[in-house]
Design a protein around this ligand. Structure first.
Ligand code: CAA
Length: 378
């Protein structure tokens, strides 16, 4: 599989045209103001980009994971902040409800997520449960008709804006991941509140916050899958989420390369353009090669998910390789730009900051390597 089908190419072109015309021009200003791109999110929703692999009967575009990563790369090329909002909505909020939800849950929650009527988020990470995601301390206590949740979540992308949350609680924190349950919760529930808003290094116009649950009642019908099945929901969801972040990273990497090429052709040193110096050519060659390899991995992981197969190792390979490529390419693009690249006037400066998170969230590079090694060695 070396080329996208014509249908998917059309989706990618649609995303590319929209991203370059509408998203890219304001990305620098939003980076400085940290303004949430609400208008752009609404436009993405109209295009069907917030429920890309959700069937039409639930308000989605009825496409697949491959179409999703192709579009997400283009959106992230223009602005990785908009990219992560789209990624979380599709992969982390929508996908677990699509995969594990009942028909009623899908009607009630997946449809408004897919149409973009409501924004979603994924509340897994806790102050003491990041890489060790099984160590959930948010307590889920069974009560008449449902559960009460007490605890807090941190670093939640879309946290300040989200109205629908895929939330994890633990019936028995002492039993580690074996007590974890997955719930769909609403920001309107009494006891739900948005805590500290993060002031971040990059992707500054996406919202990231703490979420606090104080004796929050969740009806029993809002559980995803069964009691104590939550960790599997979390891990299976993150497989797909990691492909989304890999696609986001790919967009950052490609933008870095394109800016580096344009600058190298224009800027002259020692009487000739930078692009005529072998030192610069080698950098460009390495960037292009890593991007090509990343894209193939991302497409293969997405196509494997589309075929209905579990693809944990491939998803982790795509994520670790593409995210490290994004950091490499943004770094080299800044290096090629020299002092100008270090100035906030130049887009490559933002790209170095936006790239940084991609090796951290949805599982650090170290966690991806653990997942890959476990698969290879088993
Ligand atoms: N799919 C389905 N089930 C899975 C699975 C998967 N991908 N991975 C593991 N499981 C199952 C296992 O089969 C096992 O099941 P059994 O009990 O039946 O044997 C169970 O889950 C436990 O698996 P492990 O023993 O591998 O669990 P672990 O405690 O060692 O943890 C880990 C594994 C890979 C380190 C995991 O904790 C992990 O992925 N950590 C990183 C967390 C992470 O990525 N957080 C991101 C937060 S979200 C975010 O960042 C969003 C954002 O802002 C954009």
């Amino acid at each position: 599989m070396f080329a996208l089908s014509e249908d998917i190419q059309q989706i990618r072109d649609l995303a590319r045209d929209f991203a370059r015309a509408e998203i890219l021009p304001g990305a620098g200003d939003r980076d400085k103001s940290h303004a949430f791109p609400a208008e752009l999110v609404a436009q993405l929703a109209e295009m069907g980009f917030l429920g890309m692999f959700v069937p039409e009967e639930y308000g989605g575009a009825g496409l697949n994971m491959l179409a999703y990563v192709a579009a997400l790369e283009e959106v992230s090329y223009a602005d990785a902040s908009v990219g992560v909002i789209m990624s979380v909505q599709n992969s982390l909020a929508g996908w677990p409800i699509l995969k594990f939800g009942t028909h009623e849950q899908k009607l009630k929650y997946l449809t408004p997520l897919a149409t973009g009527e409501r924004l979603g988020c994924y509340a897994l990470t806790e102050p003491e449960a990041g890489s060790d995601a099984g160590g959930q301390k948010t307590k889920a206590t069974p009560v008449e008709g449902g559960y009460r949740l007490n605890g807090s979540k941190v670093f939640i992308t879309n946290g300040p804006q989200a109205e629908i949350t895929v939330t994890y609680g633990n019936l028995d924190p002492a039993s580690h991941y074996k007590g974890v349950c997955a719930f769909i919760t609403e920001s309107s529930y009494p006891g739900y509140s948005v805590g500290k808003i993060e002031d971040k290094h990059g992707i500054t116009s996406s919202g990231t916050s703490e979420l606090v649950f104080e004796d929050m009642f969740v009806p029993a019908e809002n559980m995803l899958l069964g009691e104590r099945d939550g960790f599997k929901v979390a891990m299976a969801t993150l497989d797909g989420g990691r492909i989304g972040i890999a696609a986001q990273a790919l967009g950052i990497a490609q933008r870095s390369l394109d800016l580096a090429v344009a600058y190298a052709n224009e800027r002259k040193t020692f009487g000739k353009p930078l692009s005529k110096h072998q030192a610069i050519q080698f950098k460009i060659a390495d960037m292009a090669t890593r991007i090509e390899a990343s894209r193939l991995l991302v497409w293969k992981a997405a196509a494997t998910k589309d075929a209905g197969q579990r693809a944990s190792e491939l998803c982790s390979m795509a994520k670790v390789f593409a995210s490290e490529t994004a950091n490499f390419c943004a770094y080299e693009a800044m290096q090629i730009h020299g002092g100008y690249g270090y100035s906030r006037e130049y887009e490559v400066e933002r790209l170095t900051r936006d790239a940084r998170i991609t090796t951290i969230y949805e599982g650090t590079s170290e966690i991806q390597r653990l997942v890959i090694a476990k698969g290879v060695l088993s």
